[in-house]
Design a protein. Structure first.
Length: 276
């Protein structure tokens, strides 16, 4: 056996009935109430059915996207939105933590989470976004931002201001914890130049004025819908890299530049040819 389940707490096996609040708080809070199970070829239909039945009996709000096998016999991976956890063959016991391959010194959980934490860039409605072109704009990223979020403001002042040769697609995503965010988002969308108004407000602290009366409520709702349903934004800022990988939080300019370079879509990578 090459894998070891390492957890943050010494007690790492929970009876699903007794861990309902824990799992619901950590896994279900940001998930929808539907259930779609995709079976892996290496997991029998009977095992999937048993695991699904017992998980849904104890955690009815849990979304089960996929049941996969793991390198450990009798332990199965559950993909739930962008979350990963593990269960036994009955679905009555769950493991929450990192599954490590000690031979390669890698976290299989992290690898799987990274795979899940990615979208198809082509599904982003870029025509809906506030567009900012820097330099030649050859690379592209999308940013889901709250105009009243302190970290979003720092991202504008400290990071995006230093990026070169990138097109940035902004989607306003006001959070309920910021009472003025929705109003400020509407003011930005109502501005004569939304890009300039957003940058001036978020990066330089300039006033947005009182213009929030234009009919842009629908556009803001559409931006929020993209963030909620396609990208599954749980906090701001959230950044989508050129290949669709998702990064959350404030990222320094040099680090984000490297991420952009290292996460280009495959079509952007030109093959090396020998000229004769």
């Amino acid at each position: 056996m090459t894998g070891l389940l390492v957890l943050d707490k010494p007690v790492f096996i929970w009876k699903v009935k007794s861990m309902k609040k824990l799992v619901q708080a950590s896994l279900v809070a940001c998930l929808s109430l539907s259930c779609a199970v995709a079976t892996a070829a290496s997991v029998s239909d009977a095992t999937v059915a048993t695991i699904t039945k017992n998980l849904k009996a104890n955690l009815p709000d849990l979304v089960i996207d996929k049941v996969e096998s793991t390198p450990i016999a009798g332990v199965y991976e559950i993909d739930s939105g962008r979350k990963v956890f593990y269960v036994d063959s009955s679905g009555n016991y769950a493991l929450i933590g990192n599954l490590l391959d000690l031979t390669t010194k890698t976290s299989l959980t992290e690898q799987r989470s990274n795979d899940l934490n990615q979208i198809d860039w082509k599904k982003l409605p870029t025509d809906l976004a506030i567009t900012r072109v820097k330099g030649n704009g050859n690379s592209k990223i999308a940013i889901f931002t709250d105009p009243d979020c302190p970290f979003c403001k720092r991202l504008e002042a400290e990071t995006t201001s230093k990026l070169k040769d990138v097109t940035i697609y902004y989607y306003l995503f006001p959070l309920a914890i910021h009472p003025n965010a929705a109003s400020d988002s509407k003011k930005i969308l109502c501005a004569e130049n939304p890009e300039s108004a957003m940058v001036a407000f978020m990066a330089h602290g300039q006033s947005l004025g009182k213009n929030n009366t234009c009919d842009n409520g629908k556009k803001l709702a559409q931006m929020q819908d993209v963030g909620t349903n396609l990208v599954q934004v749980t906090g701001t800022p959230t950044i989508v890299l050129p290949n669709g990988k998702i990064v959350s939080g404030l990222v320094p300019a040099d680090a984000l530049s490297r991420m952009i370079d290292q996460n280009q879509p495959e079509s952007a990578v030109k093959p090396v040819t020998n000229n004769k």
